[in-house]
Design a protein around this ligand. Structure first.
Ligand code: E4P
Length: 224
């Protein structure tokens, strides 16, 4: 099970990797726009500095035609490092680019997946990660969990190494369901993951335990 964060905000990334078991960072141009760094590649290198090589960094291309997607991928790898996962939308041009990049040994995250057959194509093209867009699929009236479940079954049945990194989350329940339906990995905004700990019962439980401790040993005493 992998938790990845969907942000390029440096402060958020620093805090998230310090506090939570985060194994990677993803973004897309709309997420980058929220921070609007002056120098995109410098910013991505800063993210790499923060997360280290032990965590994955997924960077999205912006072009629509295969040749330019592949050129952009090469530039991203040159400017950041060769461990970066290149996020390529699974369009007709995108799937060709994924095939080329995989043949070159590049790490690829197949993104903008709305449909099972798109997922199967990305799987057959040996993408390392496949990103179904949970909230966006739900908004279209389809069932993202069914897609995740069927993709996950296919991965197991055919013995692929590919991981599902479910994306596009607006709430914790969607994240939980994605894992339970078979996603190995999720990428979510930091504020969505922090919601996990906003359950008032957690604080109440701790307060009750502390009250019992202080009743025994006196107000303000601790263990250390
Ligand atoms: C992954 O990085 C996706 O691009 C992202 O999760 C999409 O999220 P959105 O549907 O909130 O834009």
């Amino acid at each position: 099970m992998e938790f990845i964060i969907d942000t390029v905000n440096l402060d958020e990334i620093k805090e998230a990797v310090e506090y939570m078991p985060i194994v990677g960072v993803t973004s897309n141009p709309s997420i980058v726009k929220k921070t609007s760094p002056q120098n995109f590649f410098e910013h991505m290198r800063e993210i790499r500095e923060i997360i280290g090589k032990e965590r994955s960094l997924h960077v999205q291309v912006i072009s629509k035609d295969c040749d330019t997607i592949v050129k952009e991928a090469h530039r991203i790898l040159e400017e950041i490092d060769d461990q970066v996962y290149i996020k390529v939308p699974v369009s007709y041009e995108g799937i060709k680019a994924i095939k080329i990049l995989k043949a070159e040994g590049v790490n690829v995250t197949a993104t903008a997946v709305y449909d099972l057959m798109q997922g199967y194509m990305a799987l057959a093209a040996r993408a390392d990660y496949i990103a179904p867009y949970v909230n966006r699929i739900g908004n279209l009236g389809a069932d993202p969990m069914e897609l995740i479940n069927e993709l996950s079954n296919r991965i197991v049945m055919d013995g692929y190494d590919t991981k599902i990194v479910a994306a596009s989350f607006k709430g914790v329940q969607q994240v939980r369901d994605a894992f339970n339906y078979g996603a190995q990995s999720i990428t979510a905004p930091v504020e969505v993951l922090k919601q996990i700990f906003k359950n008032p019962n957690i604080e109440k439980a701790v307060d009750d335990f502390n009250a019992d401790w202080y009743a025994m040993y006196g107000e303000g005493t601790g263990i250390c």
